[in-house]
Design a protein around this ligand. Structure first.
Ligand code: SF4
Length: 132
């Protein structure tokens, strides 16, 4: 069964709507929160596996997505840095973008909040990475 309700939330300093959806794909029945704004999903929380995320996307029926991705760092203290898209990405094109990003190498140092442009998409870096 899917139960949905709306409430306000704040995300990156902006007011978002939150919809609660219960995943029905297994007995755990994860109760997920989907943060969204207009036609864009910003974040899916509390799913315990990727099937929940896919279920939430199908139930919401929104075409765009703010995506968090790992970016490879070649000379950094960490091998990957988390980043989030600044602008919405079409849900249908995110798989291709993920594949292309695997070929991209970032150079340290990187600082939290820094905006970088990769493959024509702007990303906000989510953590500091120093050089080795
Ligand atoms: S998110 Fe995964 S673990 Fe949670 S109910 Fe759905 S299928 Fe089960």
């Amino acid at each position: 069964m899917t139960r949905s309700s709306l409430r306000a939330a704040f995300f990156w300093g902006e007011r978002m709507e939150t919809t609660e959806i219960g995943c029905i794909n297994c007995g755990m029945r994860c109760q997920m929160e989907i943060l969204h704004d207009g036609d864009t999903i910003h974040e899916i929380r509390w799913n315990n596996c990727p099937r929940g995320e896919q279920y939430a996307i199908s139930q919401m029926g929104l075409p765009n997505r703010i995506m968090e991705v790992p970016l490879k760092v070649t000379n950094g203290a960490y091998q990957y840095v988390r980043a989030v898209t600044v602008d919405p990405i079409a849900e249908v094109s995110k798989g291709g973008l993920f594949r292309q990003l695997r070929e991209v190498d970032m150079k340290a140092p990187l600082r939290k909040g820094q905006i970088v442009s990769l493959l024509g998409v702007r990303f906000r870096i989510l953590e500091n990475v120093t050089t080795k």
